[in-house]
Design a protein. Structure first.
Length: 237
């Protein structure tokens, strides 16, 4: 493309849990990066340290500082820097800061490229076994009344889509109870700590999954898939 600067912003997927899921291409780009951008620099430094990647500048880019930092990053890219944008886990820009930087690069005719990697969304959908030719990703859910309003607004779409969303372990039971009250006793798949040591999958109707979660301490990152049924759904469970 004519007029594109020599610098490049790389969007690089990182493991959602097990560090061995990183790609060779991601490691190569992290090794070559002039600057690595991450929401949580501690997790990214732990990742690159695990793979013995040294001497790299790792800076935070989050919703609180992006307005101030993006012009500075654009300036470095104009000077030919190779900037790698990573997420705390999975693919950047999926319910994660980074979209504004990507848009700013396009607006400034700076090259953007991507090295795809693991995604909690597609991993959970695949592991659920539900018939999900179409999905509706709801991201991180709002709380309380706004969450219930969201389920009411999208309830009819369950006939066409499987719903996928992220939730806090501290609110997962309350959220699933809202799902059952508003959407009915539909198929549910809860994936906790995917690819990590304490990975757990719970699959069944909402009432059964809620019963399995109650009375216990729930920890870790949670991804939920909801389905109203169809081929290969949880019939009779």
């Amino acid at each position: 493309m004519t007029g594109v600067s020599e610098g490049c912003l790389w969007i690089v997927g990182t493991p959602i849990g097990n560090l061995e899921d990183i790609t060779r291409r991601a490691l190569s780009l992290l090794n070559d990066a002039t600057l690595i951008l991450a929401e949580d620099t501690r997790r990214t430094r732990a990742l690159i340290s695990h793979f013995d990647i040294r001497g790299k500048t790792v800076e935070s880019l989050n919703q609180h500082n992006q307005q101030r930092k993006i012009p500075i990053i654009i300036g470095r890219l104009r000077q030919g820097a190779t900037v790698v944008l990573v997420s705390d886990s999975g693919m950047p820009c999926i319910s994660d800061p980074g979209q504004k930087l990507v848009n700013a690069c396009y607006e400034n005719r700076i090259k953007v490229d991507i090295a795809p990697g693991p995604s909690a969304v597609t991993t959970a959908v695949a592991a659920s076994g539900f018939h999900s030719p179409r999905i509706l990703f709801l991201g991180f859910l709002p709380r309380g009344k706004r969450r219930r309003r969201l389920f009411r607004e999208h309830g009819l779409e369950l006939k066409r889509y499987s719903f996928v969303f992220f939730e806090s372990p501290y609110r997962i039971i309350e959220t699933l109870e809202d799902c059952e009250a508003i959407l009915g006793n539909i198929d549910c798949f809860v994936a906790r700590e995917m690819t990590k040591v304490h990975q757990e999958f719970l699959r069944g109707k909402l009432d059964g999954v809620i019963h399995s979660l109650k009375g216990r301490e729930i920890k870790g990152e949670v991804t939920v898939v909801l389905s109203s049924g169809g081929e290969d759904s949880c019939r009779g469970s």
